[in-house]
Design a binder for this molecule. Sequence first.
Ligand code: GAL
Length: 445
Amino acid sequence: MRKNMLVMLSLICMMSLFLAACGSGSDAKPPEAAGQEEGRQTDADKPSSGEKKSVEIFSWWTGAGEEAGLLGLIKLFNEKHPDIEVINAAVAGGAGTNAKAVLASRMQGGDPPGTFQVHGGAELNTGWVAAGKMEGLNELFASEGWMDKFPQDLIEMVSEGGAIYSVPVNIHRGNVIFYNKKVFDDNGLTPPATFDDFFQAADALKEKGITPLALGDKEPWTATMVFEAALLGVLGPEDFKKLYTGEIAFDDARVKDALEKTKHMFSYINDDHAARNWQDAAQLVANGQAAMNIMGDWAKGYFTTDLRMQANVDFGWIATPNSGDSFMVITDTFGLPQNVKDADSVKEWLKVLGSVEGQDVFNPLKGSIPARIDADASKYDAYGQATIEDFKKSSLVPSLAHGSAAPEGFVTQVNQVMTIFVTNGDVEQAARSLRDAQLSSGIAK
Ligand code: GAL
């Protein structure tokens, strides 16, 4: 826990240093003032003659199916552009736990990577775009014919004031329970659709000596995911979104209800939760030591790509309680930072990443669905195909734990609250701290 706190503190320090250095939020420079006019490129941005062309790709995809997706994309890029060297600058740590701090210090030091992983929504827009650090990509979207190839909702998540700032490579779903099929079948259980179903199944499993819910909150964002799933189940999609516009307070009675339900869920977790990361927790479900795991569907990438498990055979899935009609969207995107060494090569990378071919290489390995609407569904397994359909018919909501719903500073504070809440289960205290964070971060007035 101490290590988590240190990482979080250093992240906050770096972000505040960075934001102080370049301005943020309402003080941010408008795109024009920041010199963001489209395609703006100086000679300094180009490799000098004789220098090899290169693109440095910064992400946190280093294992568990995540790396496989990235390497698949890099292989495709190498085939298309053998003259451009790819530098894979991935920094380990789920959800960017460590990568985001490294990125902040590089951006602050004027050493941006060629392109970096960033979630669509607040993380991109109130972070790097507001700070005037990104180039607009409208011309690229137009020349690649992408404007009607990505869902409008997704384009909005990567746009600010009419300018598009990054290219979505995927859509992950956040509100999913993955369960071990054999454990469920052997115990005559059906996947839980409601909170009551969940608690009943969990009690039955506990009775049999099986850990009902796997959690690995060595990195606290995983606990935040359980909480935000409960929030979505209690509030429903419309009111869930109002938490982040400030229309609903974080000490509202329904938030406290969601905290109670989260606490109840936490009463079923593995004892060693604080020593595990997300894949270690998912592994408990894979090997039958635990029955369920609430996790984004990068866990499914881990199951199928790394562990060679099969959807609907070895594992099953269901939306988290009471959220079957909602799709919690997590989209990984890549943009073009200002003042990169070789902007042309970065744009070539973005073109591959945004192409049908690129998306269909990456996403079946990664566990996500393609961000494009015209991708080839036959390349996806039963989980992927069902999720592609669910995306079309669900209410879409942004994920807090993965940066889309609210600015980074607030996410960090919620993670801190959850670190304490997993241990002490104090609903009143958690609600108070969340409300304070909602006010101090400017989400609510
Ligand atoms: C998320 C990211 C996913 C996956 C996950 C776990 O933030 O969007 O692609 O990497 O973290 O590391």
